[in-house]
Write a protein that binds this ligand. Structure first.
Ligand code: FES
Length: 163
């Protein structure tokens, strides 16, 4: 398979990182973190590449990737929308909030919008139950007491960033 220029650059950066941590304890996890940082997720080709570079079986790499839910084997949007589906949020209508996000964006759960800007993910308790239902966008944008009607306004903010 032909690798595009952008990806060649990413593989180069990944290889440099691998060289710098090779033979260090726990380096597989660090390498996977770095790869996910670079590629946004961990495609099969990248996992194969890492296994080859580290001279370990692909099944070992895959085992670690699937063990930690931090690692993703599916592409994600630039803005990951995490809708808490924990009990406290669920009883306050998180499922309807989730549904509204999916409808507004025209995607299924975990699918990336065509413009690459968003993906929506149901997650477990985010530790802010008093603000239920809770939505987290990216790493730090928390929204509490979210209603389905607030969803278009929330999305507008991130759509503007993409213009
Ligand atoms: S259940 Fe949603 S934040 Fe705890």
């Amino acid at each position: 398979m032909a690798v595009c220029e952008k990806h060649t650059g990413l593989y180069k950066q990944l290889d440099e990182y691998i060289e710098s941590v090779k033979d260090k304890k726990g380096m597989l996890i660090n390498v996977l973190h770095r790869a996910q940082e670079l590629f946004g997720w961990l495609p099969q080709e990248v996992q194969d590449h890492i296994a080859k570079k580290l001279n370990i079986p692909v099944s070992t790499v895959y085992g670690v990737v699937t063990f930690y839910n931090f690692f993703s084997t599916k592409p994600k949007g630039k803005h990951q929308i995490k809708v808490c589906l924990g009990t406290a949020c669920y009883v306050k209508g998180a499922d309807r909030v989730m549904e509204r996000f999916l409808n507004e964006l025209g995607v299924e759960e975990s699918e990336v919008t065509q413009n690459g800007l968003f993906s929506v993910h149901g997650v477990r308790c985010l530790g802010a139950c008093s603000m239920a239902p809770v939505v987290l966008i990216g790493e730090k944008d928390f929204y509490g007491k979210v209603t389905p009607d607030m969803v278009p306004e929330i999305l507008k903010k991130y759509n503007k960033e993409g213009e």
